[in-house]
Design a protein around this ligand. Sequence first.
Ligand SMILES: [Zn+2]
Length: 379
Amino acid sequence: MSKLQQTFRLGKIKGIPIGVHFTWGIAFVLITMSLIGQFGEQHPGWSPVIRSAIGLVTSLLFFTSVILHELAHSAVALSRGIPVKSITLFVFGGISEVTREASTALSEFLIAVVGPLASLAIAGGFALMARSFPAEWTVAVAPCKWLATVNFWLALFNLIPGFPLDGGRVFRSILWAFKRDYEKATRISTTIGKTIAYGFIFLGAWITFGTNDGLVSGLWIVFIGWFLLNAAQQNVVQLDLRNALNGITAGDVMSRECHTVPRYLSLQDFVDDYLLKTGRRCYVVTDDHRVLGIITPREVSAVPRQDWGHVSIHAAMTPLERLKWISPQEPASRVLERMDAENVNQLLVMEDGRLLGLVARDGLLSRIQTFLTFQGKSG
Ligand SMILES: [Zn+2]
């Protein structure tokens, strides 16, 4: 799923950054307002302050439940060896961003199914709490009942068998195990996902225009459908990319033209004699054929211009120990995942301590493009 920008970091749980996207504010305000209104109608005896406080606390507990749902996915992903990059709350709920897809059907099944199960467990917990309080404690019973109901619906909604919902992933993992064909399983579950998304859009449109008081909830359903449709389409793009990269290794896509520069050169000389003259962007800094690090325009621009005359490239470069490297046999699809996971734009390709070349993000994309064009021509 695409990365969410404009995210506010809340903190970390078990090393996983938890954040809220700015669109989450919309959902939070709408749900809190609707809760305050709902509680006011059901419990006219509550003062406006109590009503607002309970509405706010219930809304916060609801979003805590959504985070717990995502944490359940993350915990299983981590236990199956898949690193989790972040959890983000946004307008339609939560997203766990993992650095790569599950490599087996069983992993995918477990990671997907645990989210709705967590929501069901949370619903059960709140239902028990609602029962354990005396009925006259409405300020405790009402929020627990609402949280039990909403978490129950959250579990059911997520179990709808259309990609990218959890149910769609569960469905895909079963197909994948059954047919032993990841691609076919993905295409089928994505088609179902799209059909369900169109269903949401038409249902939302019908509620918006066909009923008298359904404007807000109708539009909300249209947006959910639109979001699901986009996510399903994104998935097909990812699959095509994966296919395009199939059989290509890091060695195929690396550039061997990584030229070397001696370490004592000043930044000014490096800019004048190398960067500006050749137009190449990446250089390996060496000391008697020993690789020390790399230098690119990015490292140069980190040093103030007036210091370029007396700062050496050795001082400004990114040292070898901070560079990430891969072996030439590594599949190209892993290269992209590694770049995303490590948040870098180039990886060194090394074998037996020897530098063979460098893969840069832009070089990789042009290679993929060539492949896709070729594929298109051959029909
Ligand atoms: Zn989920």
